[in-house]
Design a protein around this ligand. Structure first.
Ligand code: 5GP
Ligand code: ZN
Length: 114
């Protein structure tokens, strides 16, 4: 999608530190990390948010979940633990409107979230 920063990363028009990539998704390090490990995982097809993914594409979410644990293993936080965050819409703090999962780790997380 035109003017979407994450679509530009997919197209390699904007550089990113890519952690993992396949036909369906790409994972790259967040530009403003909130933990020692902070990686984003996005589908290559542009969906604005969770609300935008049609029922017939829910398989994509299963694939992303599988790759989240693979990214955690690549980053060395599978055993120590990690937090996965999916912000949806204004109140959640979603800033980029191309669905993305945050994977955070390498420090002790707090609860409740801010
Ligand atoms: P949101 O608040 O929408 O859930 O998270 C958006 C995330 O995207 C933020 O953590 C922000 O730091 C990250 N981000 C925004 N622009 C870029 C970019 O150009 N490159 C990378 N690698 N991350 C970005
Ligand atoms: Zn996009």
């Amino acid at each position: 999608m035109k003017d979407c920063i994450f679509c530009k990363i997919i197209q390699k028009d904007i550089p990113a530190r890519i952690v993992y990539e396949d036909d369906l998704i790409i994972a790259f390090d967040d530009i403003n990390p909130q933990a020692p490990i902070h990686t984003l995982i996005i589908p290559k097809v542009h969906y604005t948010s969770l609300n935008d993914i049609p029922l017939e594409r829910l398989d994509l979410l299963g694939h992303i979940m599988d790759k989240i644990r693979e990214v955690a293993a690549i980053k060395g936080i599978a055993e120590t633990g990690y937090r996965t965050v999916l912000n949806t819409g204004g109140d959640s703090g979603q800033d980029v409107f191309h669905i993305h999962f945050h994977v955070l780790g390498g420090r002790r997380m707090t609860w409740p979230p801010g």
